[in-house]
Ligand binder design. Structure first.
Ligand SMILES: O=C[C@H](O)COP(=O)(O)O
Length: 259
């Protein structure tokens, strides 16, 4: 695989206490990882992000927002913008996570606007100061169980991806996270072949130059990834890493996870 692996932890709306978030970061000091070999990106809650950013970066990890607004600054209570992320030196954001789509009514059009804002912010950063982070978007797509069962997997993923294609000027700043909705938090992981076939189909829909065999857009799989099942998944040519949600404490009995 020529693309550098990248893995991410999405803390979602956890933990309840900042002290626990800090303790989790502290515990990683013991483990360590080779940042030359893999990029690690952590997405805490927005309220905790500023508090754990420095210690995470001290470990060689990057921080990621779990969401970003589709508008510019102004009267948008509860929102933040790509420009805020830029200013706070947060270089990654998730966009289009299935929980945003299903629980907050986020549409394909919304995701496209958000991607556009991040791309604009990244371009601006490059013009202003090279040290400012570019805005890398981890763009989440994936089908529902009924869509997979009715043979619509590729159609759904292509539709979600098609929404952002006209907005993307720099594909180096897009990571495509394929997360089948039926696998998220359920313990039902896609088989390595299912994940590979679907990511290959998604990659084939990217603009020329970003496809398999030299394509540089990095591709994630997410959905019930465990320390065990990731070993075979990562052997697949179109899987460059994982987006992992559940923690040991958040797992439910019987969800098939072992760590
Ligand atoms: O963002 C992460 C995904 O929603 C995967 O979550 P999960 O590892 O709990 O299945």
């Amino acid at each position: 695989m020529s693309r550098k692996p990248i893995v991410g932890g999405n803390w979602k709306c956890n933990p309840a206490k900042l002290a626990d978030a800090k303790a989790l970061v502290e515990a990683w000091k013991e483990k360590g990882f080779d940042k030359e070999k893999v990029d690690v990106v952590i997405a805490p809650t927005a309220l905790h992000l500023g508090h754990v950013k420095t210690p995470l970066e001290g470990l060689g990890m990057a921080v990621c927002a779990q969401n970003v607004g589709k508008n510019d600054m102004g009267a948008f209570t509860g929102e933040w913008t790509a420009a805020h992320l830029q200013d706070m030196e947060v270089g990654y954001t998730l966009i289009g996570h299935s929980e945003r789509r299903s629980k907050y009514g986020e549409t394909d059009e919304d995701t496209a606007l958000k991607v556009e804002k991040c791309q604009e912010a990244g371009l601006k950063a490059n013009l202003v100061e090279e040290t400012l982070p570019e805005q890398t978007v981890i763009f989440c797509i994936g089908e529902l169980l009924e869509e997979r069962e009715s043979g619509k997997t590729d159609e759904v993923n292509k539709r979600q991806l098609a929404a952002i294609i006209p907005k993307v000027k720099n594909w180096d700043l897009i990571v495509i996270a394929y997360e089948p909705v039926w696998a998220i938090g359920t313990g039902k992981v896609a088989t390595p072949d299912q994940a590979e076939e679907t990511q290959a189909a998604i990659r084939a829909y990217l603009p020329l130059g970003r496809r398999a065999g030299g394509g540089r857009a990095r591709a994630w799989y997410g959905g019930s990834v465990t320390p065990e099942n990731c070993k075979e998944l990562i052997t697949k040519p179109n899987i460059d890493g994982f987006l992992v949600g559940a923690t040991a404490k958040s797992r439910k009995p019987g969800d098939g996870r072992t760590d």
